[in-house]
Design a protein around this ligand. Structure first.
Ligand code: ADP
Length: 536
Protein backbone atom coordinates (compact mmCIF):
# COMPACT_ATOMS: atom_id res chain seq x y z
CA UNK A 1 0.00 0.00 0.00
CA UNK A 2 1.17 3.51 -0.79
CA UNK A 3 2.32 5.66 2.14
CA UNK A 4 -0.47 8.03 3.20
CA UNK A 5 0.44 11.47 1.80
CA UNK A 6 0.00 14.49 4.08
CA UNK A 7 -2.22 16.68 1.90
CA UNK A 8 -4.42 19.73 2.54
CA UNK A 9 -7.23 17.72 0.96
CA UNK A 10 -7.42 15.70 4.20
CA UNK A 11 -7.91 18.94 6.14
CA UNK A 12 -10.70 20.12 3.85
CA UNK A 13 -12.50 16.77 3.89
CA UNK A 14 -12.46 16.61 7.68
CA UNK A 15 -14.13 20.01 8.02
CA UNK A 16 -16.81 19.00 5.51
CA UNK A 17 -17.56 15.70 7.21
CA UNK A 18 -17.28 16.65 10.87
CA UNK A 19 -18.05 20.34 11.09
CA UNK A 20 -20.56 21.25 8.36
CA UNK A 21 -22.51 23.41 10.82
CA UNK A 22 -19.56 25.34 12.24
CA UNK A 23 -19.45 28.96 11.21
CA UNK A 24 -17.17 31.11 9.06
CA UNK A 25 -17.79 34.82 9.51
CA UNK A 26 -16.36 37.34 7.10
CA UNK A 27 -16.46 41.13 7.16
CA UNK A 28 -17.48 41.93 3.60
CA UNK A 29 -17.71 45.29 1.85
CA UNK A 30 -21.45 45.40 2.47
CA UNK A 31 -21.67 43.87 5.92
CA UNK A 32 -21.07 40.60 7.72
CA UNK A 33 -21.22 37.41 5.64
CA UNK A 34 -21.89 34.14 7.46
CA UNK A 35 -21.87 30.57 6.25
CA UNK A 36 -20.65 27.21 7.46
CA UNK A 37 -18.02 24.62 6.54
CA UNK A 38 -20.69 22.62 4.67
CA UNK A 39 -21.43 25.52 2.28
CA UNK A 40 -17.79 26.52 2.27
CA UNK A 41 -16.90 23.08 0.90
CA UNK A 42 -19.38 23.45 -1.95
CA UNK A 43 -17.93 26.80 -2.96
CA UNK A 44 -14.40 25.38 -2.80
CA UNK A 45 -15.55 22.64 -5.20
CA UNK A 46 -17.10 25.24 -7.50
CA UNK A 47 -13.82 27.14 -7.45
CA UNK A 48 -11.85 24.00 -8.36
CA UNK A 49 -14.20 23.47 -11.31
CA UNK A 50 -13.60 27.07 -12.38
CA UNK A 51 -9.83 26.51 -12.26
CA UNK A 52 -10.20 23.42 -14.42
CA UNK A 53 -12.40 25.26 -16.86
CA UNK A 54 -9.80 28.02 -17.12
CA UNK A 55 -7.12 25.50 -18.05
CA UNK A 56 -5.11 25.72 -14.83
CA UNK A 57 -2.75 22.76 -14.51
CA UNK A 58 -1.10 21.18 -11.48
CA UNK A 59 1.78 23.35 -10.34
CA UNK A 60 0.51 26.51 -12.07
CA UNK A 61 0.80 29.61 -9.96
CA UNK A 62 -2.56 31.13 -9.02
CA UNK A 63 -2.19 34.49 -7.31
CA UNK A 64 -4.44 36.29 -4.85
CA UNK A 65 -4.48 39.98 -4.02
CA UNK A 66 -6.97 39.99 -1.20
CA UNK A 67 -7.84 40.84 2.38
CA UNK A 68 -8.76 38.38 5.12
CA UNK A 69 -12.17 37.27 3.89
CA UNK A 70 -14.13 34.11 3.03
CA UNK A 71 -13.28 34.22 -0.67
CA UNK A 72 -9.60 34.27 0.18
CA UNK A 73 -10.20 31.26 2.45
CA UNK A 74 -11.91 29.44 -0.43
CA UNK A 75 -8.82 30.09 -2.56
CA UNK A 76 -6.59 28.74 0.24
CA UNK A 77 -8.22 25.33 -0.28
CA UNK A 78 -9.59 25.44 -3.82
CA UNK A 79 -6.22 26.22 -5.39
CA UNK A 80 -4.05 24.00 -3.19
CA UNK A 81 -6.30 20.91 -3.09
CA UNK A 82 -6.66 21.17 -6.86
CA UNK A 83 -2.89 20.78 -7.07
CA UNK A 84 -2.02 24.31 -8.19
CA UNK A 85 0.18 26.71 -6.22
CA UNK A 86 -1.43 29.55 -4.26
CA UNK A 87 0.67 32.72 -4.44
CA UNK A 88 -0.61 35.26 -1.94
CA UNK A 89 0.46 38.73 -3.08
CA UNK A 90 1.30 41.29 -0.44
CA UNK A 91 -1.01 44.22 -1.16
CA UNK A 92 1.30 46.66 0.56
CA UNK A 93 4.32 46.04 -1.66
CA UNK A 94 5.66 48.89 -3.74
CA UNK A 95 4.38 48.73 -7.32
CA UNK A 96 7.76 47.64 -8.69
CA UNK A 97 7.97 44.86 -6.11
CA UNK A 98 4.46 43.68 -6.92
CA UNK A 99 5.36 43.58 -10.60
CA UNK A 100 8.57 41.72 -9.75
CA UNK A 101 6.92 39.00 -7.66
CA UNK A 102 4.10 38.35 -10.16
CA UNK A 103 6.64 37.97 -12.97
CA UNK A 104 9.13 36.00 -10.89
CA UNK A 105 6.45 33.52 -9.82
CA UNK A 106 5.02 33.53 -13.37
CA UNK A 107 1.48 33.81 -12.06
CA UNK A 108 -1.10 32.56 -14.54
CA UNK A 109 -4.23 34.15 -13.10
CA UNK A 110 -4.84 36.69 -10.35
CA UNK A 111 -7.87 36.72 -8.04
CA UNK A 112 -8.28 40.28 -6.81
CA UNK A 113 -10.55 42.01 -4.30
CA UNK A 114 -12.62 44.81 -5.87
CA UNK A 115 -10.96 47.67 -4.01
CA UNK A 116 -7.46 46.45 -4.90
CA UNK A 117 -7.96 46.63 -8.66
CA UNK A 118 -6.02 49.91 -9.00
CA UNK A 119 -2.88 48.14 -7.74
CA UNK A 120 -2.94 45.92 -10.81
CA UNK A 121 -4.31 48.39 -13.33
CA UNK A 122 -1.12 50.43 -13.16
CA UNK A 123 1.11 47.46 -14.05
CA UNK A 124 -1.16 45.33 -16.23
CA UNK A 125 0.93 45.87 -19.38
CA UNK A 126 4.02 44.53 -17.65
CA UNK A 127 2.62 41.14 -16.62
CA UNK A 128 3.19 38.83 -19.60
CA UNK A 129 2.34 35.54 -17.83
CA UNK A 130 -1.04 36.64 -16.45
CA UNK A 131 -3.83 35.29 -18.63
CA UNK A 132 -6.89 36.41 -16.65
CA UNK A 133 -8.09 38.46 -13.71
CA UNK A 134 -10.95 37.36 -11.49
CA UNK A 135 -12.52 40.14 -9.47
CA UNK A 136 -14.01 39.36 -6.08
CA UNK A 137 -17.01 41.50 -5.19
CA UNK A 138 -20.04 41.06 -2.96
CA UNK A 139 -22.36 41.01 -5.99
CA UNK A 140 -21.84 39.48 -9.40
CA UNK A 141 -21.57 42.90 -11.01
CA UNK A 142 -18.07 43.92 -11.99
CA UNK A 143 -16.73 47.40 -11.27
CA UNK A 144 -15.32 49.27 -14.26
CA UNK A 145 -11.72 48.23 -14.85
CA UNK A 146 -8.96 48.43 -17.43
CA UNK A 147 -7.91 44.81 -16.73
CA UNK A 148 -8.48 42.33 -19.49
CA UNK A 149 -9.72 39.60 -19.71
CA UNK A 150 -11.62 40.00 -16.50
CA UNK A 151 -14.25 37.80 -14.85
CA UNK A 152 -16.53 37.97 -11.85
CA UNK A 153 -15.70 35.47 -9.09
CA UNK A 154 -19.31 35.19 -7.98
CA UNK A 155 -20.60 34.70 -11.52
CA UNK A 156 -18.02 32.01 -12.29
CA UNK A 157 -18.77 30.16 -9.07
CA UNK A 158 -22.52 30.34 -9.58
CA UNK A 159 -22.16 28.65 -12.98
CA UNK A 160 -19.86 25.84 -11.78
CA UNK A 161 -20.85 22.45 -10.28
CA UNK A 162 -20.61 22.16 -6.48
CA UNK A 163 -18.80 18.81 -6.42
CA UNK A 164 -15.19 18.06 -7.35
CA UNK A 165 -12.87 15.09 -7.05
CA UNK A 166 -9.76 16.51 -5.45
CA UNK A 167 -6.68 14.48 -6.38
CA UNK A 168 -5.61 11.95 -3.76
CA UNK A 169 -2.40 10.99 -5.50
CA UNK A 170 -0.46 14.24 -5.12
CA UNK A 171 3.02 13.87 -3.69
CA UNK A 172 3.01 15.43 -0.22
CA UNK A 173 6.07 17.47 -1.17
CA UNK A 174 4.03 19.22 -3.89
CA UNK A 175 4.25 22.99 -3.41
CA UNK A 176 0.89 24.22 -2.11
CA UNK A 177 1.47 27.89 -1.36
CA UNK A 178 4.10 30.57 -1.70
CA UNK A 179 4.82 33.94 -0.26
CA UNK A 180 7.54 36.53 -0.85
CA UNK A 181 9.47 38.11 1.97
CA UNK A 182 10.92 41.56 1.53
CA UNK A 183 14.71 41.60 1.59
CA UNK A 184 16.77 44.43 3.10
CA UNK A 185 18.56 44.74 -0.20
CA UNK A 186 17.44 43.52 -3.58
CA UNK A 187 14.19 41.99 -4.75
CA UNK A 188 11.74 40.09 -2.53
CA UNK A 189 12.57 36.41 -1.98
CA UNK A 190 10.06 33.61 -2.68
CA UNK A 191 9.35 30.89 -0.13
CA UNK A 192 7.45 27.70 -0.97
CA UNK A 193 5.19 25.83 1.47
CA UNK A 194 4.54 22.18 0.63
CA UNK A 195 1.38 20.26 1.51
CA UNK A 196 3.43 18.26 3.99
CA UNK A 197 4.90 21.35 5.63
CA UNK A 198 1.52 23.07 6.01
CA UNK A 199 -0.07 19.86 7.32
CA UNK A 200 2.53 19.28 10.02
CA UNK A 201 2.64 22.98 10.89
CA UNK A 202 -1.15 22.99 11.35
CA UNK A 203 -0.88 19.98 13.62
CA UNK A 204 1.71 21.83 15.65
CA UNK A 205 -0.61 24.84 16.07
CA UNK A 206 -3.10 22.51 17.73
CA UNK A 207 -0.67 21.20 20.33
CA UNK A 208 -1.52 22.12 23.90
CA UNK A 209 1.99 23.52 24.39
CA UNK A 210 1.89 25.76 21.32
CA UNK A 211 -1.34 27.65 20.54
CA UNK A 212 -3.71 24.82 21.57
CA UNK A 213 -6.08 25.73 18.75
CA UNK A 214 -9.18 23.53 18.82
CA UNK A 215 -12.82 23.16 17.80
CA UNK A 216 -13.86 25.28 20.78
CA UNK A 217 -12.01 28.32 19.45
CA UNK A 218 -13.38 31.30 17.58
CA UNK A 219 -10.32 32.65 15.84
CA UNK A 220 -9.71 36.14 14.52
CA UNK A 221 -6.57 36.40 12.36
CA UNK A 222 -5.67 40.07 12.09
CA UNK A 223 -2.32 39.13 10.62
CA UNK A 224 -2.95 39.31 6.86
CA UNK A 225 -3.73 36.19 4.86
CA UNK A 226 -1.24 37.46 2.28
CA UNK A 227 1.57 37.29 4.82
CA UNK A 228 2.87 33.81 5.70
CA UNK A 229 -0.63 32.33 5.30
CA UNK A 230 -1.95 34.37 8.25
CA UNK A 231 0.55 32.35 10.29
CA UNK A 232 -1.00 29.12 9.01
CA UNK A 233 -4.10 29.68 11.16
CA UNK A 234 -6.75 29.35 8.40
CA UNK A 235 -5.49 25.85 7.57
CA UNK A 236 -5.42 24.76 11.20
CA UNK A 237 -8.88 26.23 11.96
CA UNK A 238 -10.43 24.43 9.02
CA UNK A 239 -8.91 21.14 10.13
CA UNK A 240 -10.08 21.45 13.72
CA UNK A 241 -13.47 22.98 12.88
CA UNK A 242 -12.81 26.20 14.78
CA UNK A 243 -15.06 29.16 14.05
CA UNK A 244 -13.21 31.65 11.83
CA UNK A 245 -13.77 35.38 12.02
CA UNK A 246 -12.17 37.13 9.07
CA UNK A 247 -11.88 40.90 9.54
CA UNK A 248 -11.98 42.02 5.89
CA UNK A 249 -10.53 45.17 4.36
CA UNK A 250 -8.61 47.67 6.49
CA UNK A 251 -9.98 46.75 9.91
CA UNK A 252 -9.37 49.62 12.36
CA UNK A 253 -8.87 49.01 16.10
CA UNK A 254 -12.53 49.76 16.95
CA UNK A 255 -13.73 47.29 14.27
CA UNK A 256 -11.38 44.65 15.66
CA UNK A 257 -12.65 45.23 19.21
CA UNK A 258 -16.28 45.03 18.06
CA UNK A 259 -15.67 41.79 16.16
CA UNK A 260 -14.03 40.26 19.22
CA UNK A 261 -17.00 41.24 21.35
CA UNK A 262 -19.78 40.30 18.93
CA UNK A 263 -18.32 37.07 17.55
CA UNK A 264 -17.12 35.90 20.97
CA UNK A 265 -13.57 35.49 19.74
CA UNK A 266 -11.41 33.24 21.90
CA UNK A 267 -8.07 33.72 20.15
CA UNK A 268 -6.83 36.52 17.91
CA UNK A 269 -3.47 36.92 16.21
CA UNK A 270 -1.55 40.03 15.23
CA UNK A 271 1.71 41.98 15.40
CA UNK A 272 2.56 44.13 18.47
CA UNK A 273 1.57 47.41 16.78
CA UNK A 274 -1.96 45.98 16.36
CA UNK A 275 -2.16 45.10 20.05
CA UNK A 276 -0.85 48.53 21.02
CA UNK A 277 -3.64 50.08 18.96
CA UNK A 278 -6.24 47.71 20.43
CA UNK A 279 -5.07 48.58 23.93
CA UNK A 280 -5.40 52.29 23.13
CA UNK A 281 -8.95 51.69 21.78
CA UNK A 282 -9.86 49.62 24.83
CA UNK A 283 -8.70 52.41 27.10
CA UNK A 284 -11.16 54.74 25.34
CA UNK A 285 -14.07 52.30 25.46
CA UNK A 286 -14.31 49.15 27.57
CA UNK A 287 -15.30 46.36 25.17
CA UNK A 288 -16.41 42.97 26.46
CA UNK A 289 -13.42 40.67 25.93
CA UNK A 290 -14.61 38.01 28.38
CA UNK A 291 -14.66 35.29 25.68
CA UNK A 292 -10.97 35.73 24.85
CA UNK A 293 -8.39 33.22 26.15
CA UNK A 294 -5.40 34.82 24.48
CA UNK A 295 -4.01 37.32 22.01
CA UNK A 296 -1.23 35.78 19.94
CA UNK A 297 1.46 38.37 19.36
CA UNK A 298 4.34 37.81 16.95
CA UNK A 299 6.22 39.28 14.03
CA UNK A 300 8.17 41.63 16.31
CA UNK A 301 9.05 41.47 19.97
CA UNK A 302 6.11 41.85 22.35
CA UNK A 303 7.18 44.47 24.90
CA UNK A 304 6.93 43.38 28.54
CA UNK A 305 4.90 46.52 29.26
CA UNK A 306 2.32 45.46 26.67
CA UNK A 307 2.04 41.94 28.11
CA UNK A 308 1.58 43.42 31.58
CA UNK A 309 -0.98 45.99 30.44
CA UNK A 310 -3.09 43.29 28.77
CA UNK A 311 -2.99 41.17 31.91
CA UNK A 312 -3.72 44.00 34.31
CA UNK A 313 -6.13 46.19 32.34
CA UNK A 314 -7.95 43.68 30.12
CA UNK A 315 -7.35 40.44 32.00
CA UNK A 316 -6.32 38.55 28.86
CA UNK A 317 -2.86 37.04 28.33
CA UNK A 318 -0.65 37.89 25.37
CA UNK A 319 0.82 34.69 23.89
CA UNK A 320 4.17 35.68 22.51
CA UNK A 321 5.37 33.73 19.47
CA UNK A 322 8.19 33.98 16.96
CA UNK A 323 8.57 32.99 13.36
CA UNK A 324 9.40 34.19 9.88
CA UNK A 325 8.23 33.77 6.30
CA UNK A 326 10.83 31.03 5.79
CA UNK A 327 9.43 29.04 8.74
CA UNK A 328 5.68 28.81 7.83
CA UNK A 329 6.01 30.57 10.49
CA UNK A 330 5.64 29.07 13.99
CA UNK A 331 9.01 28.34 15.65
CA UNK A 332 8.95 29.61 19.24
CA UNK A 333 6.07 30.05 21.67
CA UNK A 334 6.50 31.66 25.05
CA UNK A 335 4.51 29.48 27.39
CA UNK A 336 6.00 29.30 30.89
CA UNK A 337 6.79 25.80 32.18
CA UNK A 338 4.57 24.63 35.03
CA UNK A 339 7.12 25.36 37.79
CA UNK A 340 7.82 28.82 36.42
CA UNK A 341 4.30 29.86 37.45
CA UNK A 342 5.62 30.01 41.03
CA UNK A 343 8.21 32.61 40.08
CA UNK A 344 7.84 36.22 41.29
CA UNK A 345 5.53 38.15 38.94
CA UNK A 346 8.25 40.31 37.45
CA UNK A 347 10.50 37.35 36.63
CA UNK A 348 7.56 35.57 35.04
CA UNK A 349 6.80 38.62 32.89
CA UNK A 350 10.45 38.64 31.80
CA UNK A 351 10.03 35.04 30.66
CA UNK A 352 6.79 35.79 28.82
CA UNK A 353 8.46 38.67 27.01
CA UNK A 354 11.06 36.25 25.67
CA UNK A 355 10.20 34.53 22.41
CA UNK A 356 10.05 31.23 24.23
CA UNK A 357 10.57 27.53 23.65
CA UNK A 358 11.13 25.74 20.37
CA UNK A 359 7.92 23.99 19.31
CA UNK A 360 7.92 20.19 18.88
CA UNK A 361 9.04 19.10 15.42
CA UNK A 362 11.85 21.60 14.87
CA UNK A 363 15.56 21.70 15.69
CA UNK A 364 17.61 24.78 16.50
CA UNK A 365 21.22 25.82 16.99
CA UNK A 366 22.68 29.14 18.12
CA UNK A 367 25.98 29.82 16.41
CA UNK A 368 28.42 32.62 17.27
CA UNK A 369 30.67 34.55 14.90
CA UNK A 370 33.41 31.93 15.21
CA UNK A 371 31.00 29.16 14.29
CA UNK A 372 30.77 27.80 17.88
CA UNK A 373 27.49 26.97 19.56
CA UNK A 374 26.60 29.57 22.19
CA UNK A 375 26.11 28.39 25.77
CA UNK A 376 22.55 28.41 27.16
CA UNK A 377 23.36 30.94 29.86
CA UNK A 378 21.09 33.81 28.83
CA UNK A 379 24.15 35.89 27.96
CA UNK A 380 26.09 34.48 25.04
CA UNK A 381 24.63 35.49 21.73
CA UNK A 382 24.70 34.00 18.26
CA UNK A 383 22.64 33.55 15.13
CA UNK A 384 19.60 31.31 15.33
CA UNK A 385 19.73 28.37 12.90
CA UNK A 386 16.70 26.17 12.25
CA UNK A 387 15.66 23.02 10.46
CA UNK A 388 12.55 20.87 10.37
CA UNK A 389 9.62 19.78 8.23
CA UNK A 390 8.12 23.28 7.86
CA UNK A 391 11.37 25.23 7.48
CA UNK A 392 12.13 26.33 3.89
CA UNK A 393 15.11 24.73 2.16
CA UNK A 394 15.76 27.47 -0.39
CA UNK A 395 14.44 30.65 -1.96
CA UNK A 396 12.35 30.10 -5.06
CA UNK A 397 14.44 30.27 -8.25
CA UNK A 398 17.21 32.09 -6.43
CA UNK A 399 20.28 29.85 -5.99
CA UNK A 400 22.59 32.75 -5.28
CA UNK A 401 20.72 34.05 -2.23
CA UNK A 402 19.70 30.53 -1.15
CA UNK A 403 23.29 29.38 -0.74
CA UNK A 404 24.35 31.43 2.29
CA UNK A 405 20.88 31.44 3.90
CA UNK A 406 20.49 27.66 3.83
CA UNK A 407 24.13 26.52 4.05
CA UNK A 408 24.65 23.08 5.59
CA UNK A 409 20.94 22.21 5.59
CA UNK A 410 20.04 24.83 8.21
CA UNK A 411 18.12 28.07 7.75
CA UNK A 412 20.38 30.88 8.96
CA UNK A 413 17.77 33.30 10.29
CA UNK A 414 19.90 36.48 10.68
CA UNK A 415 18.26 36.82 14.08
CA UNK A 416 20.71 37.26 16.94
CA UNK A 417 19.54 35.45 20.04
CA UNK A 418 20.50 34.23 23.49
CA UNK A 419 19.08 31.14 25.19
CA UNK A 420 18.60 30.93 28.95
CA UNK A 421 18.98 27.90 31.21
CA UNK A 422 15.31 26.99 30.72
CA UNK A 423 15.78 26.90 26.94
CA UNK A 424 13.82 30.14 26.46
CA UNK A 425 15.10 32.00 23.42
CA UNK A 426 15.36 35.81 23.40
CA UNK A 427 15.65 37.59 20.08
CA UNK A 428 18.27 40.20 20.90
CA UNK A 429 17.92 41.85 17.51
CA UNK A 430 17.90 41.34 13.81
CA UNK A 431 21.56 41.19 12.78
CA UNK A 432 21.14 44.36 10.76
CA UNK A 433 19.47 46.30 13.60
CA UNK A 434 21.95 45.48 16.38
CA UNK A 435 23.78 48.62 17.41
CA UNK A 436 27.54 48.27 17.52
CA UNK A 437 28.89 50.85 19.95
CA UNK A 438 32.63 50.82 20.58
CA UNK A 439 32.85 47.11 19.77
CA UNK A 440 30.01 46.19 22.16
CA UNK A 441 26.46 45.26 21.14
CA UNK A 442 23.36 47.17 22.15
CA UNK A 443 19.99 45.53 21.54
CA UNK A 444 17.66 48.05 19.90
CA UNK A 445 14.74 45.78 20.83
CA UNK A 446 15.59 45.72 24.56
CA UNK A 447 16.05 49.45 24.58
CA UNK A 448 12.77 50.26 22.84
CA UNK A 449 10.85 47.81 25.00
CA UNK A 450 12.25 49.46 28.11
CA UNK A 451 11.21 52.89 26.80
CA UNK A 452 7.73 51.55 26.01
CA UNK A 453 7.31 50.67 29.69
CA UNK A 454 7.02 54.42 30.40
CA UNK A 455 3.34 55.18 30.95
CA UNK A 456 3.41 58.19 28.60
CA UNK A 457 4.87 56.28 25.68
CA UNK A 458 2.69 54.77 23.00
CA UNK A 459 5.43 53.50 20.70
CA UNK A 460 9.20 53.71 20.55
CA UNK A 461 11.76 52.54 18.02
CA UNK A 462 15.52 52.64 18.45
CA UNK A 463 17.99 52.73 15.56
CA UNK A 464 21.73 53.05 15.16
CA UNK A 465 23.14 56.31 13.89
CA UNK A 466 26.74 56.57 12.69
CA UNK A 467 29.16 57.99 15.26
CA UNK A 468 32.75 59.16 14.73
CA UNK A 469 34.20 57.68 17.89
CA UNK A 470 31.90 54.76 18.77
CA UNK A 471 31.02 53.74 15.17
CA UNK A 472 27.31 53.60 16.05
CA UNK A 473 25.14 55.04 18.80
CA UNK A 474 21.46 54.50 19.62
CA UNK A 475 18.83 57.12 18.82
CA UNK A 476 15.28 56.68 20.12
CA UNK A 477 12.16 57.85 18.28
CA UNK A 478 9.20 58.10 20.61
CA UNK A 479 5.46 58.57 20.08
CA UNK A 480 3.78 60.03 23.16
CA UNK A 481 0.29 59.04 24.25
CA UNK A 482 -2.34 61.64 23.35
CA UNK A 483 -3.12 62.54 27.00
CA UNK A 484 0.57 63.14 27.77
CA UNK A 485 1.43 65.41 24.86
CA UNK A 486 3.50 68.44 25.86
CA UNK A 487 4.27 67.00 29.31
CA UNK A 488 7.30 64.85 28.54
CA UNK A 489 10.87 65.83 27.71
CA UNK A 490 13.92 64.05 26.39
CA UNK A 491 15.43 64.25 29.88
CA UNK A 492 12.38 62.47 31.35
CA UNK A 493 12.95 59.49 29.07
CA UNK A 494 16.66 59.38 29.84
CA UNK A 495 16.14 59.54 33.58
CA UNK A 496 13.47 56.82 33.30
CA UNK A 497 16.06 54.59 31.61
CA UNK A 498 18.94 55.38 33.93
CA UNK A 499 18.31 52.68 36.52
CA UNK A 500 17.11 50.14 33.94
CA UNK A 501 19.88 49.87 31.37
CA UNK A 502 23.68 50.17 31.33
CA UNK A 503 24.92 53.74 31.12
CA UNK A 504 26.47 53.27 27.70
CA UNK A 505 23.11 52.01 26.38
CA UNK A 506 21.42 55.38 27.03
CA UNK A 507 20.32 56.85 23.68
CA UNK A 508 22.35 59.80 22.45
CA UNK A 509 19.14 61.44 21.39
CA UNK A 510 15.42 61.05 22.00
CA UNK A 511 13.31 62.42 19.20
CA UNK A 512 9.56 62.86 19.59
CA UNK A 513 7.68 61.90 16.44
CA UNK A 514 4.01 61.63 15.45
CA UNK A 515 4.35 58.06 14.26
CA UNK A 516 6.90 55.33 13.62
CA UNK A 517 6.99 54.25 9.97
CA UNK A 518 5.70 50.68 9.57
CA UNK A 519 6.44 47.90 7.10
CA UNK A 520 3.86 46.26 4.85
CA UNK A 521 2.79 44.04 7.74
CA UNK A 522 2.79 46.65 10.49
CA UNK A 523 6.25 46.20 11.99
CA UNK A 524 8.52 49.13 12.78
CA UNK A 525 10.29 50.01 9.55
CA UNK A 526 13.76 50.75 10.85
CA UNK A 527 15.24 51.15 7.39
CA UNK A 528 12.79 53.98 6.64
CA UNK A 529 13.35 55.45 10.09
CA UNK A 530 17.13 55.50 9.64
CA UNK A 531 16.70 57.20 6.26
CA UNK A 532 14.38 59.81 7.78
CA UNK A 533 16.87 60.56 10.52
CA UNK A 534 19.75 60.81 8.07
CA UNK A 535 17.81 63.34 6.03
CA UNK A 536 16.70 65.36 9.07
P1 ADP B 1 9.67 40.77 7.23
O1 ADP B 1 11.14 40.56 6.98
O2 ADP B 1 8.92 41.37 6.11
O3 ADP B 1 9.37 41.35 8.57
P2 ADP B 1 8.97 38.18 8.27
O4 ADP B 1 7.61 38.19 8.78
O5 ADP B 1 9.45 36.96 7.63
O6 ADP B 1 9.11 39.29 7.23
O7 ADP B 1 9.90 38.60 9.46
C1 ADP B 1 10.46 37.65 10.30
C2 ADP B 1 11.32 38.34 11.30
O8 ADP B 1 10.51 39.06 12.22
C3 ADP B 1 12.15 37.42 12.13
O9 ADP B 1 13.31 37.03 11.46
C4 ADP B 1 12.42 38.28 13.36
O10 ADP B 1 13.48 39.17 13.13
C5 ADP B 1 11.15 39.07 13.49
N1 ADP B 1 10.27 38.49 14.50
C6 ADP B 1 9.22 37.67 14.31
N2 ADP B 1 8.62 37.37 15.46
C7 ADP B 1 9.29 38.00 16.43
C8 ADP B 1 9.17 38.09 17.85
N3 ADP B 1 8.20 37.49 18.53
N4 ADP B 1 10.08 38.85 18.51
C9 ADP B 1 11.06 39.48 17.86
N5 ADP B 1 11.22 39.45 16.53
C10 ADP B 1 10.35 38.72 15.82
Amino acid sequence: MMEYPLLLRGILERSRKLFPKKEIVSRDYTGIWRYNYGDFYKRVCRLANVLQEMGIHKGDRVATLAWNNHRHLELYFGVTCYGALLHTLNLRLFTEQLEYVINHAEDKVIFVDQDLLPLLEGIKDKLPTVQAYIVMTDSDELPATGLNPVYSYEKLLAAAPDAFDFPEDLDEYTPAAMCYTTATTGDPKGVIYTHRGLYLHSMCIGLADSLALSETDSLLPIVPMFHVNAWGLPYACTWFGSKQVLPGARPDPATICKLIEEEKVTLAAGVPTIWMAVLAAYRQQKFDFSSVRGFVCGGSAAPKALIKAFDEEIGVPILHAYGMTETTPVVLVSKPKSYMLDWPADQLYDAKAKQGLLVPGLEMKVVDEEGREAAWDGKQIGELWLRGPWIAKEYYKDPERSKPAFAGGWLHTSDIVSVDKEGFVSIVDRAKDLIKSGGEWISSVDLENTIMAHPAVQEAAVVAMPHEKWVERPVACVVIREDWKGRLSEADIISFLEDKVAKWWLPDKVIFVDEIPKTSVGKFNKKALRQRLEQA
